[in-house]
Design a protein around this ligand. Structure first.
Ligand SMILES: Nc1ncnc2c1ncn2[C@@H]1O[C@H](COP(=O)(O)OP(=O)(O)OP(=O)(O)O)[C@@H](O)[C@H]1O
Length: 273
């Protein structure tokens, strides 16, 4: 059955000084899919994420979410519309427990902000029990119930990543952008994170867009992969086709490597800009 596009990016561009970090980039993400965004270091992936998620204003182009033009809308508005980008847990939250970190996330898609919640402590108290149940359900889903009462600052890198994913779940997202969730994480934890993403996608219908240098992670999870290079679209297709695409391999590894049969599948590739 055809799935309607959830996110449509049309001809997005931004320049920093003379550098076109994102240059006429278009992208579509189908509802219920796990999309991958790859490209060598400095290709413009994070900048594209920042443009989509409202952290940067584009010089030109537009972004549509569920048919609505959301171009340049600030992150808190997009958060309310279910478009989320994970970030590392802020230092000021590191003394709070994992459960409290989840409960601090403002309610999704209601327009409520964390500041509003802080200004209405009575309402927060009334909602606290429901929030706690939701947080516990998420800890259970991610199989990290054992860390519920530990301060976030004491968690391992991988546990923090799962908690970050949990924080996005608290907001009932439509689409989650994950920037290098696998960076600095060992293989075992990477599988746990991949499993959580797969189950969230299949069991709860979440749509994901992943920026990742770990090609095994990309190959295992992604329905469709887009490769950027020098701010532009280089290639798009299934993970299998993209990871063996000559132009993609050369963008990562340099000229001549594709001809020698060096594929990207199963590798972690990072290049210097
Ligand atoms: N705020 C900024 N000011 C100036 N230049 C920037 C800024 N953000 C990104 N750039 C430049 O834009 C280009 C694209 O950077 P970006 O971080 O988007 O690449 P990336 O594909 O995410 O790379 P990586 O895989 O290394 O994270 C780079 O040349 C970078 O130096």
């Amino acid at each position: 059955m055809p799935q309607p596009d959830l996110l449509v990016v049309q001809n997005l561009s931004i320049a920093f000084g003379g550098l076109k970090a994102v240059d006429d980039m278009s992208l579509t993400i189908r509802r219920g899919s796990v999309a991958g965004l790859i490209g060598p270091n400095g290709a413009g992936k994070s900048t594209l994420f920042n443009l989509i998620a409202g952290y940067y204003q584009p010089d030109s182009g537009r972004v549509m979410l569920d048919g609505e033009d959301i171009t340049g809308q600030p992150p808190h508005l997009l958060f309310g519309k279910g478009l989320l980008r994970t970030f590392q847990i802020a230092r000021e939250f590191s003394t709070l427990t994992a459960r409290e970190n989840l409960m601090m996330v403002p309610a999704g898609q209601s327009g409520e902000t964390w500041l509003g919640a802080l200004l209405r402590p009575g309402r927060v108290r009334r909602e606290e029990r429901a929030l706690r149940e939701k947080a516990d359900d998420i800890l259970d889903f991610l199989q990290i119930t054992s860390i519920a009462d530990l301060p976030a600052g004491s968690l391992s890198g991988g546990q923090k990543k799962l908690l970050e994913l949990g924080r996005t779940m608290m907001a009932d997202p439509k689409i989650i952008f994950l920037d290098e969730v696998g960076a600095g994480v060992n293989r075992t934890l990477l599988y746990t994170i991949a499993d959580a993403i797969r189950r969230l996608n299949r069991e709860r219908g979440y749509t994901f867009c992943l920026v990742e240098h770990d090609m095994q992670f990309i190959a295992e999870l992604c329905d469709e992969v887009t490769c950027m290079a020098q701010g532009r679209l280089l290639s798009r297709g299934t993970a299998e086709s993209i990871l063996s695409d000559e132009a993609v391999i050369e963008a990562y590894l340099g000229r001549g490597r594709a001809a020698k049969g060096t594929g990207l599948a199963g590798t972690r590739v990072e290049t210097m800009p």
